[in-house]
Design a protein around this ligand. Structure first.
Ligand code: AMP
Ligand code: ZN
Length: 113
């Protein structure tokens, strides 16, 4: 399957890794919208959050747990952060492998996000 994030998880496309566990891989967004902008990607290919149902809803738990862990690791847990999931065209989704954006590091209103 020709999926950019599957290739990043496999290491076929380079990325700046932030965190990895059995379920997720996380890396810095190539075009950051805030001082901290990390993408957290499930290792299972799912097109978007809209396609989660039944057993694979556990992926949301894995993404959320990783977001909290990474926020602590990067020092934005106390200052605050935003997690975003874009699903589909009107949300501006451009990569059709589910990913959670983790944004923080400054007042996000200053960055128009
Ligand atoms: P979305 O608009 O929610 O689909 O977000 C896709 C995100 O992937 C955007 O914020 C892009 O900047 C980011 N992105 C695209 N290609 C890469 C890449 N090779 N490495 C890291 N981030 C990327
Ligand atoms: Zn994929």
């Amino acid at each position: 399957m020709d999926c950019l994030f599957c290739k990043i998880i496999k290491g076929d496309v380079p990325s700046k890794k932030v965190y990895e566990n059995e379920y997720v891989y996380a890396f810095h967004d190539i075009s950051p919208m805030a001082p901290v902008h990390v993408l957290i990607v499930p290792k299972t290919h799912v097109e978007s959050a809209a396609k989660l149902s039944g057993d694979n809803l556990i992926i949301m738990q894995h993404l959320t747990e990783a977001a909290i862990e990474i926020a602590k690791q990067l020092g934005i847990y106390e200052s605050g952060f935003r997690t975003v999931l874009n699903s589909g065209k009107d949300a501006g989704q451009t990569v059709f492998h589910l990913h959670m954006h983790l944004l923080g590091g400054a007042a996000l209103s200053d960055f128009g996000v």
